[in-house]
Design a binder for this molecule. Structure first.
Ligand code: FES
Ligand code: FE2
Length: 376
């Protein structure tokens, strides 16, 4: 059972909002100090105290299809390598050679072993150190305690999660989260782009529909609504639903027969820094990795949707490039615009109103985690 509404209840709630001209909202206004987007010490706490102590969605299972498939990337500003072993289990390691720290893997691919590019120390897929060239140069050296340093790693809900240090969570953060990626979803692409913006400014751009009419007048708005969303919380995570106007065709369909596929966009926020957007024909997993206070690495995995037919891949490809060039580009331009004024002292706080409650929920949980409180 998922902590989110099922499709029929979601459709019912959306149709009620359409009829009444209403939307989901909260009674709260959240004021986030702008200093929290500027301070490198604060960012260090966000990565070291929160992200390293939280299971972070690292990649879809589909990115590691075979024995030896690996993905090397920074997570919470720590280089990691995640690999599927000979026993098919996925393991994560700090991506640092135990000789002098060179990264043993780069990018993604499929390997039989990891050979350090500096002096050739060789690690097996389970992280154990197998070979040291000219080993006689290290008298008494114990290879068995010089394997790659493991990091907690689990495969769940169609994704791989890594937890670098003791978890902050009171209970399982996965409780009530639905299956995020189904096994029939085909991985189409994985890209990495650096963005000149704070990671939270970028994250916030996914989490409210109050901006649709002004920011997307000719792209999303003609098909969607202004400020008409469902907003749901699930522990520290959340989901915002953006309906398309074509959902109104379901008003005359009996509730239990309503199929909302292609009539809404679901945006899941997986705390703290991952967003999964399920559009009409494709799904994006967006990993928002902080680099510095004003630079963010955005890793995007594009997948077909669950239950797609034979033409699923072509349709996913087509829709993904359309959205990237239109509405998503408008959001990125706004994110960069905020970043360019963020040092101007114009605002002491950013104010998130009743229709931006998923953003308030995020800041509340992040603040609690930074205060050392266990996360919900
Ligand atoms: S640093 Fe890796 S083998 Fe020397
Ligand atoms: Fe937008």
């Amino acid at each position: 059972m998922s902590g989110f509404l099922d499709d029929q209840d979601a459709a019912e709630r959306i149709l009620n909002h359409v009829e009444n001209g209403t939307t989901d909202h909260s009674d709260e206004v959240w004021r986030e100090p702008v200093a929290n987007y500027l301070n490198p010490a604060r960012l260090a706490c966000e990565t070291d105290e929160v992200m390293r102590r939280t299971p972070i969605a690292y990649c879809p299972s589909a990115a590691l299809p075979d024995i030896g498939s690996y993905v090397a990337r920074e997570s919470a500003r720590t280089p990691l390598v995640v690999v599927r072993g000979r026993d098919k289990k996925v393991r994560a390691f700090k991506n640092a050679c135990r000789h002098r720290g060179t990264q043993v893997a780069e990018g993604s691919g499929c390997a039989k072993a990891f050979v350090c590019p500096y002096h050739g120390w060789t690690y097996q897929l389970d992280g154990s150190l197998k070979q040291v060239p000219h080993e006689e140069g290290f008298p008494g050296f114990d290879k068995s305690v010089h394997g790659l340093v493991p990091v907690d790693c689990e495969e769940r809900l169609g994704m791989v999660f890594v937890t670098q240090e003791k978890s902050l969570w009171k209970e399982s953060p996965f409780q009530d989260l639905p299956q995020l990626i189904e096994s029939d979803q085909k991985l189409m692409s994985a890209t990495e782009v650096d963005l000149d913006a704070n990671w939270k400014v970028h994250l916030e751009s996914f989490l409210e529909g109050y901006h649709i009419r002004f920011a997307h007048p000719e792209t999303f708005y003609p098909y969607g609504y202004d400020n008409l969303n469902l907003i749901e919380f699930c522990g520290s995570h959340g989901r915002i639903t953006y309906p398309f106007r074509r959902i109104e065709k379901l008003a005359d369909v009996p509730k239990e027969k309503r199929n909302i596929d292609g009539r809404v966009t679901f945006v899941y926020h997986v705390f703290p820094n991952v967003v999964i957007t399920v559009l009409s024909r494709h799904t994006n997993i967006v990993i928002i990795e902080p680099v510095t206070v004003d630079r963010t690495r955005v890793v995007t995995y594009v997948l077909t949707n669950a239950g797609g037919g034979e033409d699923a891949a072509a349709l996913a490809e087509r829709d993904h490039s359309f959205v990237t060039q239109t509405g998503a580009a408008e959001d990125i331009a706004l994110v960069k615009s905020i970043q360019r004024s963020i040092n101007s002292d114009a605002n002491e706080h950013f104010t998130f109103g009743h229709y931006e409650s998923l953003i308030a929920h995020f800041h509340r949980n992040l603040t609690a985690a930074l205060d050392g409180k266990p996360i919900e």
